[in-house]
Design a protein around this ligand. Structure first.
Ligand code: ZN
Length: 245
C-alpha cells in the first residue's frame, strides 16, 4: 500500500492550478516523504529536534518547502512544533502505530467489502494475475509501479468512493508503509493474507473481504512496531526540549 494507491478523480482536479504552485506542492510532499523516511529509519527519533537548516541544505532547497512539509507532518501527528523552539519528532508509542494501522485497515475494509459486491469477472482475473505475480516474485516492494501496489490499488478503485479514498490517502501518510512488508518474518504469511482477500473477492463475500483486509493491516502494525524496536526507535524517548506537557 502506498498513498498513491488511493488516488482518485478529486486529485486530478486538484492538479489543475498553474505550473508553479504545482511544483511547489510536489516539493513540499517530497520533503515530507524525506522527513518521514528519516523518522521511520530511526535516524530522527521521537523527541529529537528537526534541523530545518540542515534538511534544506542536504536537499539543496530553501527553507520554505521544509516549513511547509513540517505543517503537513504536524497534521499527521508525526511532528510537533513550538513557536520559539522549532519542530520536534512527536513522542510516539507502539499504540499510536497500532491505532494508525487499525484506522487505515478499517477504512480499507469498507472499500474491500464494497469491492466484493461490485468487482467484475474481468477485474477478478486481473486481481488473480497480480496475486500470482506477487507469489512468483516473492519479494514485495513498494514502488508506485510495484505489483503489490497495483493489487491494492485495484481493490480500492473497484470498492472505494472518492470520499473514502481521500480519507485513506491522508491516513496512509501517517503509517510507515515501507515497514509493512520489509519487517515480515515470513513472506508466506504475507502472501496468505493477500490470497485470503483475493479468494474473499472471488467468492463475492463482503464480510470475509473486510475481515481479511483489517487483519492484513493489524498484522502489519505489529511487524512494523517490532522492526522499529529493532532499530532502536522506541529507546530513550525524551519529551521535546522545554515542551509543556
Ligand atoms: Zn498488501
Amino acid at each position: 500500500m502506498t498513498p498513491n494507491s488511493f488516488s482518485d478523480d478529486a486529485a486530478t482536479l486538484e492538479q489543475r492550478p498553474p505550473i508553479a504552485p504545482l511544483r511547489r506542492r510536489n516539493l513540499k510532499d517530497d520533503v515530507a516523504s524525506h522527513i518521514r523516511e528519516m523518522v521511520f529509519a530511526a535516524s530522527l527519533r521521537p523527541g529529537m529536534r528537526v534541523d530545518q537548516d540542515e534538511i534544506a541544505a542536504t536537499l539543496g532547497i530553501s527553507k520554505l518547502p521544509v516549513r511547509e512539509a513540517l505543517i503537513v507532518l504536524e497534521a499527521e501527528g508525526l511532528i510537533v512544533t513550538y513557536p520559539s523552539r522549532g519542530a520536534f519528532v512527536a513522542a510516539l508509542s507502539p499504540e499510536d502505530f497500532h491505532d494508525s494501522y487499525h484506522a487505515v485497515g478499517s477504512i480499507s475494509a469498507i472499500a474491500a467489502a464494497r469491492a466484493a459486491t461490485k468487482i467484475s469477472d474481468v477485474q477478478l482475473v486481473e486481481l488473480r494475475r497480480l496475486y500470482e505475480a506477487l507469489e512468483h516474485d516473492g519479494d514485495i516492494d513498494h514502488s508506485p509501479s510495484s505489483i503489490h501496489h497495483e493489487f491494492h490499488r485495484l481493490v480500492h478503485q473497484v470498492g472505494g468512493s472518492r470520499r473514502l479514498n481521500r480519507v485513506l490517502r491522508s491516513l496512509t501518510n501517517a503509517i510507515p508503509e515501507r515497514l509493512h512488508f520489509h519487517s515480515r518474518g515470513s513472506t508466506m504469511e504475507v502472501l496468505a493474507e493477500h490470497r485470503e482477500l483475493l479468494e474473499a473477492l472471488e467468492a463475492r463475500d463482503a464480510d470475509r473481504a473486510a475481515a481479511a483486509t483489517l487483519s492484513h493491516f493489524v498484522n502489519g502494525a505489529q511487524h512494523a512496531v517490532d522492526l522499529l524496536a529493532a532499530r532502536g526507535f522506541w529507546n530513550e524517548q525524551t519529551p521535546p526540549e522545554g515542551a509543556a506537557r
